[in-house]
Design a protein around this ligand. Structure first.
Ligand code: ADP
Ligand code: MG
Length: 276
């Protein structure tokens, strides 16, 4: 390497060598970190570790930004943004366990069930963000969008490529399964994605407002297909039932936009309050 052939002292060569090795962040911070290391009397290995840790952190930050650019997220919400006190029925320890990312190596699906507005999509996005932070590719889509895109791909003779889009990410969110019942061709395409991901141990995070017993309707009235899909989905899965109130309505109620539900009337048989 030409830099090594020169007679300059290593202090002068160091930034260029770091740059030659592709360690741009370390090169840019070398002077500052070296001065700090001298002032604090760091050991040589502490200095080197610190400098390289900065390089790695910057690379991870850039990779994460790129991952999120292609993740198709409808909005950005984290677990820290989730108010667990609003959903006392939800097992927080279970959510924290999922946030460790162990479900990824186990190929375990996460299924979030409950009525509209209770935070299913929010939690799905948060867990997707955690997965991306752990360095994996992720993708968000709704069941209907996935079915429409696959069916367009069939018409254009490129199903294989479109399926790859839904297979490659480590985690795929399938949002709003069951909001609309799928037509039979769409149902069978959704089934293909569920099956292929199951076979490859690639987790799905799925949200639905429909209980499993109603999935026949979801799959275009095909109860056999629905039960085959559920069989694969539930073989390795964590199911979270969220039964509380809609968070949106709760917030609007607190802001006074929606009248509060009337307090239940006191039963007649209570004695009248005593005035003292
Ligand atoms: P769902 O998918 O169950 O219909 P969402 O996840 O889309 O509901 O939630 C609706 C809105 O309310 C979102 O903006 C979400 O961030 C917010 N939200 C829901 N539940 C909570 C919660 N427990 N804490 C904080 N925000 C919440
Ligand atoms: Mg939702």
């Amino acid at each position: 390497m030409s830099t090594l052939a020169s007679n300059q002292p290593y202090e002068h060569l160091a930034p260029q060598i770091l740059a030659d090795l592709g360690l741009a962040t370390a090169a840019a911070h070398l002077d500052q970190v070296a001065q700090h290391a001298a002032a604090e009397q760091w050991s040589y290995s502490h200095f080197l570790g610190y400098l390289l840790a900065g390089e790695v952190a910057e690379r991870q930050r850039k990779t994460l930004l790129l991952t999120l650019k292609f993740a198709n997220l409808p909005y950005h919400k984290t677990l820290e943004d989730f108010d667990f006190t609003a959903q006392p029925g939800l097992d927080r320890r279970l959510v924290d366990e999922l946030a460790t990312g162990r479900f990824l190596s186990e190929g375990r699906n996460i299924i979030l069930l409950g009525p509209p507005g209770v935070g299913k999509t929010h939690l799905a996005i948060s867990l997707l963000l955690r997965t991306a932070e752990l360095g994996h590719r992720v993708y968000f889509t709704s069941a209907l969008d996935l079915a429409r895109r696959l069916s367009k791909a069939v018409a254009e003779n490129r199903l294989h490529r479109q399926l790859a889009v839904f297979m490659q990410p480590k985690v795929l969110v399938l949002d709003e399964v069951g909001y609309l019942s799928l037509e039979p061709a769409h149902a069978s395409l959704l089934f293909q994605v569920i099956t292929k991901r199951y076979e490859k141990h690639q987790p799905l995070i799925l949200t639905s407002n429909k209980a499993f017993g109603e999935w026949g309707q979801v799959f275009g009235g095909d109860a056999v297909l629905a039960s085959a899909a559920l069989d694969r989905l539930l073989h390795r899965a964590t199911v979270l039932h969220i039964r509380g109130d809609s968070y949106r309505l709760r917030e609007r109620r607190q802001a006074g936009v929606v009248p509060a539900a009337p307090a239940p009337a006191a039963p007649d048989f209570l004695p009248p309050p005593t005035v003292t």
